[in-house]
Write a protein that binds this ligand. Structure first.
Ligand SMILES: Nc1ncnc2c1ncn2[C@@H]1O[C@H](COP(=O)(O)OP(=O)(O)OP(=O)(O)O)[C@@H](O)[C@H]1O
Ligand SMILES: [Mg+2]
Length: 541
């Protein structure tokens, strides 16, 4: 944690060594930096059972410790306890051998423990630098903002986590916000860094890059906890792994002594196949035709002729791209959340450009948004209310403006069961207390149960565990089979390549090529994602 003098020194000396994590004295390797023993946690009210039951967990210097577990297993809750965000109910925490009672995240930072949260914790109306400044011990608005901006620039260059420190957070894409969140935490030069699903919005290349950064940090003696659902990441970067299952630990193992199959079994009690059969597209009836569309946007991309693409009935069009390249604006335009400057959005034969969101909903355009907590649900509302958020005005859920609670309950139970969501009580639980993956399950259920003719899905499997990802992919293929036209926007090339019939790449507000998924080449897609245009295909491949 920076004290005032250290902070002023940081602000006045702009040399790289200030943002280089090696400047702090490093703990010796293998030292237990953070030790948790017998941690249990319950929440008052809704829960009869403990959320965490008697967890032991160590973070050692020089190690990346992966934390695995299905949605709702308790990964975020334990990380919140280790970093001071939540109090524990029982058990003890020691930092470098000394018993501590962490009362707040600031307490955690004071002991050198920092956490990058699964859901972003930035103030949208502030710039990246102002957000960083807020977390500093002695921050007030007399500190030179320019100096902090420069420091962030240097940090972001050093770690190649590119973000404009002067940009307002609300103008950044989800991926850029995630990078900002990571930089905010790195600014504190923590000894123990907890990262809760940090790669969900990063491209595989960015994720690999982050892992190199994490490896260099552990080489310096830091201890890192990586919460993830991706086995690839566990084996790419971790030294140890602990599996949580319904709030209990399944034990800690060295990575060298285990394998993906064993870890999957420990997580789910079963293995999860990953190959998806994909029958060819049945029809060529165009359901969505976007023609020369330019979103109204503060960011001016180089494209002047706008975006054009089409999706036929029963087709999945995958749109890959590094976040911040116009995906958000595009999605908002084709769901009615943003106005267009020019062009047409023909859906089921109607030009929907600049129509209000309600008309898109009534037409049957489902939207699985990025930023699920902000855009996907109304967090303070109850689970049952969120499940009928788009349907409550119509039969059978209401008649003459009176809600039919029984029908809503039956419907919500069906969705919760179908999507295996962990929900304590439909009419008592606020959506905000659900785990990230469980919120995503509810959104998927709400948006797809009507079998909509058009689905706009942004990172639909973000935060889901491997079993739920598999179920979601199957659901998308079923919907495709019965005729839904699906736009799948994702940075996850595996997902795009597994599901799509055709694949496009968006770069700086422009679709650089649409290719047949069967012949798509990963390397070529990667080039387009990086802005290297190469051989551009027309939009009707
Ligand atoms: N403030 C709270 N009040 C009541 N229950 C809570 C609260 N916070 C979390 N929970 C519950 O604790 C359980 C564990 O949640 P947690 O967020 O740790 O899961 P997770 O393993 O991180 O899952 P995911 O992979 O979906 O992120 C969930 O069932 C969640 O609903
Ligand atoms: Mg979580």
């Amino acid at each position: 944690m920076l004290d005032t003098l250290e902070f002023i020194a940081l602000c006045t000396d702009m040399s790289m060594k200030n943002v280089n994590p090696t400047v702090k004295t490093s703990p010796p390797k293998d030292e237990i930096l953070l030790q948790a023993r017998g941690i249990s946690k319950g929440f008052p009210g809704v829960w009869k059972n403990l959320i965490l039951d008697n967890i032991d967990f160590d973070v050692c210097a020089g190690e990346v410790h992966a934390l695995l577990g299905e949605n709702g297993a308790g990964k975020t809750v334990i990380a919140n306890i280790l970093s001071g965000y939540y109090g524990k109910t029982t058990g003890e925490l020691r930092v470098r051998g000394k018993l501590v009672n962490l009362q707040s995240p600031r307490d955690g930072l004071r002991h050198g423990i920092a956490m990058v949260h699964q859901e972003l914790m930035l103030v949208p109306a502030f710039t990246v630098a102002q957000n960083v400044m807020m977390g500093l011990n002695s921050a007030n608005f007399t500190f030179p903002l320019r100096a902090i901006e420069k420091q962030i620039d240097q940090l972001s260059t050093h770690y190649q986590l590119h973000v404009d420190p002067t940009a307002r957070v609300e103008d950044l894409s989800a991926g850029e916000q995630q990078r900002a969140e990571i930089l905010k935490v790195l600014f504190h030069q923590p000894n123990v860094l907890l990262l809760d699903e940090p790669t969900s919005l990063l491209t595989p290349q960015e994720a690999d890059h982050l892992f190199r950064v994490l490896r260099s940090m552990v080489e310096e003696g830091k201890g890192i906890v990586l919460i993830t659902h991706k086995m690839r990441e566990v084996f790419a970067v971790a030294d140890k792994v602990t599996v949580l299952k319904l709030g209990t630990t399944q034990g800690t193992q060295r990575i060298k002594e285990t394998n993906a199959e064993e870890l999957t079994r420990k997580t789910f009690g079963d293995t999860v196949p990953d190959y998806m059969e994909r029958p060819p597209v049945q029809t060529i009836e165009m359901v969505v035709e976007v023609k020369n569309m330019l979103p109204q946007s503060v960011i001016q991309h180089k494209s002047s002729d706008g975006i054009s693409f089409a999706i036929s009935k029963g087709e999945i069009l995958g749109l890959a791209g590094v976040s911040g390249n116009g995906q958000t604006e595009l999605i908002e335009c084709i769901t009615g959340l943003r106005k267009v400057k020019q062009g047409q959005i023909i859906m089921l034969g109607r030009d929907m450009a600049n129509r209000p969101p309600r008309e898109f909903i009534d037409l049957g355009v489902a939207h699985i948004p990025e930023r699920r907590r902000e855009m996907g649900v109304v967090e303070p509302m109850l689970v049952a209310e969120n499940i009928v958020l788009k349907d409550y005005r119509t039969a059978p859920f209401s008649k003459l403006t009176i809600l039919n609670r029984n029908k809503i309950t039956n419907h919500a139970v069906r969705i919760v069961e179908q999507f295996n969501a962990l929900v304590p009580d439909l009419w008592m639980t606020e959506s905000r207390i659900l785990s990230g993956g469980n919120i995503q399950r509810l959104i998927l259920g709400r948006e797809t149960w009507r079998q909509p003719p058009i689905i706009v899905a942004s990172h639909p499997t973000e935060g889901l565990d491997a079993k739920a990802i598999r179920q979601t992919w199957e659901l998308f293929l079923e919907l495709r089979e019965i005729g839904s036209a699906i736009l799948l926007v994702s940075e996850d090339l595996d997902e795009i390549m597994s599901l799509s019939d055709r694949i496009g790449v968006i770069f700086q507000g422009r679709i650089s090529g649409i290719v047949n998924a069967k012949t798509a080449d990963r390397a070529q897609l990667g080039h387009w994602m990086a802005g290297n245009e190469g051989n551009i295909h027309g939009y009707k491949d």
